[in-house]
Ligand binder design. Structure first.
Ligand SMILES: [Zn+2]
Length: 143
């Protein structure tokens, strides 16, 4: 039970864990709820991180521009993936494409060791799945 939200909220030990939760579950959550969490925030009431979708009027582009300030590149990629999920959902395909180029660039610049560890591989899988969905959506739109 979160004292600030006044309801039970999932608590994450770190921002990157919260962002990973968003990135890996966005598709499923969106399918069942029609929306999904887009950002992580620190809750001093619980001493950890929560995720929220309460940014209805803030563009997912804004979140992406903030993801570039994540100091850890894997964290930036994860934040980027979360934004791209939202962009796909919003039908912002051109922005999603630009974000994908940028995020893939960050991924390719990671040291090989990082690219091949568990989180690196998962990031790659997510980037490929977004690329696949995006090209499908864009093809449908062009038809
Ligand atoms: Zn809390």
């Amino acid at each position: 039970m979160c004292p600030y939200a006044g309801k039970s909220k999932i608590l994450f030990g770190s921002k990157s864990k919260a962002l990973r939760f968003i990135a890996w579950n966005a598709e499923e959550i969106t399918a069942s709820h029609g929306y999904c969490p887009t950002r992580a925030y620190y809750c001093s009431g619980c001493g950890g991180w929560h995720v929220t979708s309460k940014e209805k009027y803030r563009s997912s582009r804004w979140e992406l521009s903030h993801s570039i300030f994540e100091p850890d590149p894997l964290c930036r990629i994860t934040a980027g993936i979360a934004c791209m999920q939202q962009m796909l959902y919003n039908g912002e395909y051109a922005h999603c494409y630009a974000a994908l180029q940028k995020t893939t660039g960050i991924y390719l610049n990671l040291p090989e060791k990082v690219r091949n560890d568990k989180q690196g591989k998962e990031s790659k899988r997510m980037l490929l799945s977004i690329a696949e969905r995006l090209s499908m959506e864009m093809a449908t739109e062009a038809a």
